[in-house]
Write a protein that binds this ligand. Structure first.
Ligand code: ADP
Ligand code: MG
Length: 247
């Protein structure tokens, strides 16, 4: 049985007395590549923040790498792309290359390469060559998001959590982005959780599907999804097969 990366047991979250997640149970194993989908406001970003220890549950428990999510030793193993990037001070004079290099954790790189090669690779992949010396605050929102994706990927983390990353990517960059995720997942056994609106396309890259709507409606492989009578009655059999992409 592969290592457990995240384990949620009867997890519930409420904001101002309103239940946002309720009785959520699942285990994420090393090497899983999960497409996390669900309607707007279904709790996807909240669930991810619970995994990272950024939000506390009101009930139940969640662990990350077998310990409490907030522990610092977990941080360097994770690449996280938040849905909203409201943490950039546009007046702070940091260049694109500097922001990306913040993603390289010194301890992991000690005795290894300088990280320069990794930086070059993500700069090229995310089409940032022409922007590398620009100040981050001068860039458009979409360009900034590409920089933050690059920062999340540069450390080649064990566990990558990406909250709706593709909205800022044009089709060409999107393709190389998905190729890189595939490579990290296949060759480095990175575990990936990708929140996406693209429920029709998610079967092309993810290996598991989690459908969330305050609780886990479905979590499993696409074959299982496809053959589930439960899901057929939930989604309608036409949509079910569009999602599974195989039959
Ligand atoms: P999703 O990412 O699936 O669109 P979210 O997890 O962002 O959903 O939000 C789930 C629900 O929780 C929404 O109704 C949202 O308004 C609410 N919510 C999220 N964060 C907060 C917060 N910090 N305070 C109060 N309500 C919140
Ligand atoms: Mg969200």
């Amino acid at each position: 049985m592969p290592l457990t990366i995240v384990e949620a047991r009867d997890l519930s979250v409420a904001f101002d007395g309103r239940q946002v997640l309720s009785g959520v149970n699942f285990s994420i194993r090393q090497g899983d590549y999960i497409g996390l989908v669900g309607p707007n406001g279904s709790g996807k970003s909240t669930l991810i923040k619970c995994m990272l220890g950024l939000i506390r549950s009101s009930h139940g428990a969640i662990s990350l790498f077998g310990s409490a999510p907030v522990e610092m030793k977990n941080r360097e193993r994770i690449g996280y792309l938040p849905q909203r990037m409201d943490f950039f001070n546009p007046r702070f004079p940091t260049t694109v290359t500097e922001v990306i290099s913040q993603g390289l954790i010194a301890t992991r790189r000690a005795g290894k390469s300088s990280g320069r090669e990794e930086i070059e690779k993500v700069i090229e992949l995310l089409d940032l060559l022409g922007l590398r010396n620009r100040l981050i605050g001068e860039l458009s929102g979409g360009q900034q998001q590409r920089v933050i994706i690059a920062r999340a990927l540069v450390n080649e983390p064990d566990f990558l959590i990406l909250d709706e990353p593709t909205s800022a990517l044009d089709p060409e960059v999107r393709e190389s982005f998905f190729e890189l995720l595939h490579e990290l997942n296949e060759k480095k056994r990175a575990t990936i959780v990708l929140v996406t609106h693209d429920i029709g396309g998610v079967g092309q890259y993810a290996t598991k599907l989690m459908y969330l709507d305050k609780k886990v409606i479905f979590f499993g492989g696409f074959d299982e999804f496809c053959h589930s009578e439960n899901m057929a009655s939930f989604f309608g059999s036409a949509s079910q097969h569009i999602i599974c992409h195989k039959h």
